[in-house]
Design a protein around this ligand. Structure first.
Ligand code: ADP
Ligand code: MG
Length: 337
């Protein structure tokens, strides 16, 4: 016998592609907050996000009459026709996140638009509506998502420890907040604030909010343009390097990426100044012609390719070594550190 699957089952199956782990939920929710013009985004997690995730924003909110619709599959306010796909400016557009999150977690949304008097509370567990009611609420949207994969035990088994899952969320929040210095982010994990950025638009202050004073007091500014590649941001003085690559942050046209050519060029520029198997701190922002770039935007991979690897290597190398050597000519500079 051939059955047509009901929508809830379809959503549960589809969820595997969009929502792989707690970090995917945080990513989708924070991107929604950014798309909703929020300037303040707080993420709170417990047990690495496995038991609890809450994302609060001060963005546009959702109209009472549209809340249920937002949770339907392929429901989006960001795309009207297929022609719109060409010039998409928002992070989301598939209209899949909320429906899939609702399918695999116990979810609650409280949302209010600025011009509405009251907000809405909407609760869904595993795709089943539990409550829809009017509620007092601040402007913006809060989404709580509890007990990921509670109804798909096979998927639950594939999660790592709460420490590891939490570190994925931490890495994600570092990248998102670094690339949005004008937005204030906060990450609270098991009641402790682990990241808090001011949102004042300054990259250096953002680095302070993420990494603290030891890093932000030991930065060298980068500003270099060659071959149509503009590189700005900061690198760390050699002595604040680390035994792994977790200090490396590069963004191309605002998007976090990984790229071996950039990594190699940075390594080369630091080579004589850093011990072997140590990696420097970098927060580098590349601007280049997007039509010459190829970013694999699969949710889990960010491998970036540029059509002219030689130019990319050279620009990166010079950007970093210029920043490093400027420091050496600075009067009163203490080389022994
Ligand atoms: P997409 O982001 O691809 O449009 P989602 O399932 O993530 O799809 O969200 C569905 C819709 O719900 C969005 O298009 C948007 O209109 C609304 N929405 C989701 N999150 C928020 C939020 N934090 N603030 C305002 N609107 C939101
Ligand atoms: Mg979305």
């Amino acid at each position: 016998m051939i059955n047509i699957l009901d929508q809830n089952t379809i959503n549960k199956i589809a969820a595997g592609e969009v929502i792989e782990r707690p970090m995917s939920i945080v990513k989708e929710l924070v991107e929604n907050s950014l798309d909703a013009n929020a300037t303040n985004i707080t993420v709170e997690i417990k047990n690495g996000g496995i038991s609890y995730i809450r994302v609060t924003d001060n963005g546009d909110g959702i109209d009472k009459d549209e809340v249920r619709k937002a949770y339907m599959r392929h429901a989006t306010s960001k795309l009207l026709t297929s022609e719109d796909l060409e010039g998409i400016m928002t992070l989301g557009f598939r209209g899949e996140a909320l429906s899939t999150i609702a399918a695999v977690t116990e979810t609650e949304m409280v949302t209010k638009k600025r011009d509405s008097l009251t907000g809405v509370r909407y609760m869904i567990n595993g795709g089943k509506e539990i409550e829809f009611s009017e509620a007092g609420a601040p402007d913006g949207t809060t989404i709580i998502s509890k007990n990921i994969f509670f109804n798909t035990p096979a998927r639950l088994k594939f999660l790592k420890t709460s420490v590891t899952e939490g570190s994925y969320i931490n890495d994600l929040m570092i990248r998102i907040s670094l690339s949005h210095p004008s937005i204030s982010f906060r990450l609270i994990s098991n009641g402790k604030t682990v990241l808090s950025t001011s949102g004042n638009g300054k990259v250096k202050d953002t680095i302070y909010g993420i990494y603290g004073r030891d890093i932000s007091n030991n930065l060298l500014p980068v500003d270099h343009t060659s071959d149509g590649i503009k590189i700005s941001g900061y690198i760390g003085k050699p002595f604040i390097s680390k035994g792994n690559r977790s200090f490396e942050n590069y963004f191309v046209n605002g998007r976090y990426i990984t790229n071996v050519v950039i990594a190699k060029a940075i390594e080369e520029a630091y080579k004589t100044r850093i011990m072997q198997h140590k990696f420097p701190f970098t927060a580098l922002f590349f601007q280049m012609d997007p039509t010459m770039c190829d970013v694999n935007i699969h949710p889990t991979k960010k491998e970036f390719k540029y059509y002219n690897e030689k130019a990319l290597f050279s620009a990166t190398f010079h950007a970093v070594s210029d920043a490093l050597s400027e420091r050496e000519y600075m009067p009163g500079f203490n080389i022994s550190e």
